[in-house]
Design a protein around this ligand. Structure first.
Ligand code: MLT
Ligand code: MN
Length: 309
């Protein structure tokens, strides 16, 4: 299985258009020890030829242009190696790129019915002509083989499973204690290569680590996990936002209820932080926090990171 990180950052990217603060400034200055990162997406392929995108970020045009494996094949006027797109939630950083993937191109679009309902309720997504883009709602917890628009399998098995999270920011119901969040609003994905029996997990948003999720991940070869914030209150302290990580539906890396602590009890061969906010010190290669996560056995994803499994 080939995995390529198209965008390692959370919504906003690094640098974010309206943000200063140390990591944004360093990225804008071209500091190679704090390089720019685009927004949240990975591409996965069993054979290196047919690819599935997990999430479609607002930066998708730049991401595709930087990734020759995802260019149209020479000799064909219209073509893409992208056979399917699978969504983990309906946040802007995961769906806005769909608007770029139009132009009468066939592929399959998968998500929970909650997430596909969000697209159905926003008529701008009607630019994805149903004659070409097949929307295929998935049943949670049931593995399926993603297919291209013609229904031909592409050699991977995928399972979407619910994880603690939050409904998309633009759909929050302030009158409800959980903002109107329902199962299926945020999912993790298990990606299996039946030819090699190898499995990867991609969970770019996760609000907590319940025992059933820890059990599921125990023994995994690779987990790519929500690395949005290092400290729950880092955006509050930096006066960037009144919101904590918990309020945004993200576990933070540090702290007693944080990701590092949770994974101390889970046996995972390779752990990669992904969906990293522009306030998170792990983005800087020379930060103390980067050294702390690396000592705890974590890698920090970056644009262009390739993992062969
Ligand atoms: C998140 O991951 O919390 C969202 O992407 C926030 C947003 O939509 O800006
Ligand atoms: Mn996000």
């Amino acid at each position: 299985m080939h995995i390529r990180v198209l965008g390692a950052a959370a919504g906003g990217g690094l640098p974010q258009w309206n943000a200063n603060g140390p990591y944004n400034e360093r990225a804008r200055d071209g500091d190679r020890t704090c390089p720019a990162q685009t927004q949240s997406s990975i591409a996965v392929s069993a054979d290196g030829e047919q690819w599935v995108l997990f999430n479609a970020s607002p930066d998708i045009r730049q991401q595709l242009n930087q990734t020759p494996a995802l260019w149209p094949q020479a000799g064909q006027r219209r073509h893409t190696p992208i056979r399917a797109v699978i969504l983990t939630n309906a946040d802007v950083d995961h769906i806005a790129g769909l608007l770029t993937l139009r132009e009468r191109q066939g592929y399959s679009l998968y998500g929970s019915s909650r997430v596909l309902d969000v697209l159905a309720g926003n008529s701008v997504f009607n630019v994805l002509n149903p004659d070409f883009v097949a929307r295929r709602p998935t049943t949670l917890n049931v593995p399926f083989e993603p297919v291209d628009e013609a229904g031909k399998g592409i050699g991977l098995l995928v399972r979407l499973f619910p994880v603690p999270g939050k409904v998309a920011l633009f759909l929050e119901d302030e009158s409800s204690e959980n903002f109107g969040t329902t199962e299926g609003d945020t999912v993790g994905v298990e990606i299996m290569d039946p030819a090699t029996n190898k499995t990867a997990y991609y969970i770019p948003g996760c609000a907590a680590m319940p025992p059933e999720l820890a059990d599921r991940l125990n023994g995994a070869r690779l987990v790519m996990f929500d690395g949005t914030l290092f400290s729950d209150d880092e955006m509050v302290k930096g006066k960037e936002s009144p919101k904590t990580g918990a309020r945004m539906g993200h576990m933070s890396i540090s702290g007693p209820d944080g990701t590092m602590a949770a994974f101390e009890l889970i046996d995972v061969q390779r752990k990669v932080l992904i969906h990293i906010n522009n306030t998170n010190p792990v983005l800087a290669h020379d930060s103390d926090e980067r050294a702390i996560v690396e000592r705890a056995g974590w890698e920090v994803a970056f644009d262009g990171m390739e993992i062969a499994l």
